[in-house]
Design a protein around this ligand. Sequence first.
Ligand SMILES: Nc1ncnc2c1ncn2[C@@H]1O[C@H](COP(=O)(O)OP(=O)(O)O)[C@@H](O)[C@H]1O
Ligand SMILES: [Mg+2]
Length: 271
Amino acid sequence: MVTAAARILAPTPAENSGEVEGIRLEVGDVSHAFAFEGKPLPVLNHVSFSAAPGEFVALLGPSGCGKSTLLRLVAGLDHPNTGRVTADGADIGTPDPSRILVFQDPTLYPWRTVEANVSLGLEARGILKAERHRVAQALALVGLSGFESAYPRQLSGGMAQRVALARALVNEPRLLLLDEPLGKLDSLTRITMQGELLKLWQRARFTALLVTHDVEEALFLAERVIVFSDRPARIAADVKVDVPYPRHRGDPRLAELRHHLLHLLGLDETW
Ligand SMILES: Nc1ncnc2c1ncn2[C@@H]1O[C@H](COP(=O)(O)OP(=O)(O)O)[C@@H](O)[C@H]1O
Ligand SMILES: [Mg+2]
């Protein structure tokens, strides 16, 4: 077990590979509601699951069912009405750089260069001077070496999302929370980035929680797919993707699992 202090002092994601240990995540009987027009709007309904250290879990469910809400609870940006969310057994109370959330929209600061955008987390923690080398390493990991001085307006959508990933990786997260991170990309860029995301995970070994509404993306990337019902989300199924990496998109077992997942989502007639 690498302690937090050791992790901050530890050299780099690349040199560290295999050393940074993913978080063990437990979501225990979590229910959550928002107030909407004076009435409670139930969003999560007795949701329980866990993710082992270093596991890649996809969360799949209909639009508006509560997936982003769940990620916000795990990130510590919100607190569940009932139930517990723990990281390595400790309650998640506040956001922490060991748990990083990446959104669909890369949300880069337009007036900052790529390098300055990626530096943000280290700057905020007051460790940029000592840890500046991590910025170059994170940019190398996402294939953006040479673009340090570019501005966001000079980047394609895929490159901007790579910057957002580098900005997360620079913190050496132990839990990476991905909220439809590839959702706005064109399909070719999306397929390329899925492969890159997989390599990043295999290299850095963080625990990954990926929200997606794309069944194929979930099956290409994740070791397990948790399927949610319509809002209020409850777990409809927890499906192991028993296909070793590297996966081939045309694998017949993946096609079988795709059919199964579409059925669980109530969409099998379209298959
Ligand atoms: N802060 C909020 N206040 C009130 N309602 C919210 C808030 N955040 C989300 N909701 C509602 O909760 C439901 C689930 O939202 P969300 O978690 O974003 O769904 P998903 O990510 O699965 O599409 C939606 O009906 C949404 O309108
Ligand atoms: Mg969402």
